[in-house]
Design a protein around this ligand. Structure first.
Ligand code: KG4
Ligand code: ZN
Length: 340
């Protein structure tokens, strides 16, 4: 089954063609980062306008890279939420029009489910039940994932933990902004932290409650802000490098301690890490080491599939189309769509 995936939930216009949910024939990603950089974050109105300009050339590019034409594909998958409403509407409406005019089935895909499927390309044999930590600019969610068929064809999700305030990626982006580092903050802090001392500064980790598997990242952002207000030198090298490394280490430890607690409680067969923040080198390294120590199987996607892309949407859409879960022409974008 050949599926065209389309993703426009935030500031990437992306299209991909995937065979059987597994083999990536093309994966085109146009990032709008240059447009939003002067504002230090995504400007929704500009994002939807740029998606409108780019959607057609990006989809055409996906077909050209795969050496295929529209008649070759068996179905279309597009993100229907969560995300920015104006952005979502561009990709979903384009997909609906393609589906309507070609009579090819359409799957409406949850962006967060897409992130979970990003793991499936390199690791189709993940052991279920699994704990899936999805960390991105808009979400920090911990899911209990079960599979009837012991593969990615039919997954069931239960939300076991989520952020009470900021998403992990949002904390990275806000801290980068207040340190004058630019947008998006995650990759910049990741790079600078490599040369900083991760034990230079300590942040108290918020305690929500002993039973809860929820996260909170607004406290650490405020702590960094207050430190910088007291000492302007923290905005300059070399102290800034230490601050980046220490902030990052705290975020990694917060994500790990809750994942560890969830794993001890629920006893999954494996742990999956995905979403834009999963591109973080220290997060990958720390989770890999600590899961190995604990004897847990641990899976994450390669960097290009970690941040927003349409291959993951095609993969999740393929599973839906195979199950006959097609969307009608009346399907709507939902900025607050939930997975569980
Ligand atoms: O999944 P994604 O591309 O878009 C959303 O669904 O939100 O995630 C984007 C987020 C941004 O907050 C960005 O700063 C963060 O992922 N990010 C990183 C890294 N690369 C991207 N955070 C930490 N380290 C990275 N290397
Ligand atoms: Zn995402």
């Amino acid at each position: 089954m050949l599926v065209l995936g389309i993703e426009t939930s935030c500031d990437e216009t992306a299209a991909a063609i995937v065979r059987d949910g597994q083999e990536i024939l093309s994966n085109v990603i146009y990032s709008q980062v240059k447009t939003h950089t002067p504002y230090g974050g995504v400007v929704p109105e500009l994002a939807s306008r740029e998606h409108l300009q780019k959607i057609r050339p990006i989809v055409d590019q996906a077909f050209a890279d795969a050496h295929l034409t529209l008649d070759a594909i068996d179905g279309i998958a597009a993100t229907s939420g969560p995300g920015l409403i104006g952005s979502l509407l561009v990709g979903l409406t384009y997909a609906k029009a393609l589906s309507f005019s070609t009579h090819k089935p359409l799957a409406a895909v949850n962006h967060i489910e897409g992130h979970i499927y990003s793991v499936s390309f390199e690791h189709p044999n993940v052991e279920f039940p699994a704990l899936a930590l999805v960390v991105s600019g808009g979400h920090t969610n911990l899911f209990w994932v079960e599979s009837e068929s012991d593969d990615f064809r039919n997954l069931k999700y239960k939300l076991v933990g989520r952020t009470r305030d900021d998403a992990a990626g949002e904390a990275y982006d806000k801290v980068a902004k207040l340190l004058g580092l630019g947008y998006p903050g995650g990759p910049i802090i990741d790079r600078l932290a490599k040369t900083g001392n991760r034990n230079a500064f300590r942040f108290s980790i918020p305690k929500i409650s002993d039973q809860s598997l929820d996260f909170s990242f607004s406290g650490i952002k405020t702590a960094v802000l207050q430190m910088v207000q007291k000492n302007e030198k923290l905005k300059e090298e070399p102290l800034r490098l230490d601050l980046c490394a220490s902030f990052q280490e705290s975020v990694v430890n917060m994500l790990w301690s809750t994942t560890l607690k969830a794993a001890q409680l629920h006893r999954p067969s494996s742990i999956m890490l995905s979403g834009g923040v999963a591109a973080n080198s220290r997060l990958r390294e720390a989770f890999a080491e600590r899961c190995a120590e604990a004897g847990w199987k641990f899976y994450y996607p390669k960097p290009i599939l970690t941040t927003d892309n349409a291959a993951m949407i095609a993969a999740a859409g393929t599973a839906k189309l195979m199950r006959g879960e097609t969307a009608g022409i009346d399907v709507n974008a939902d900025p607050n769509l939930r997975l569980a």
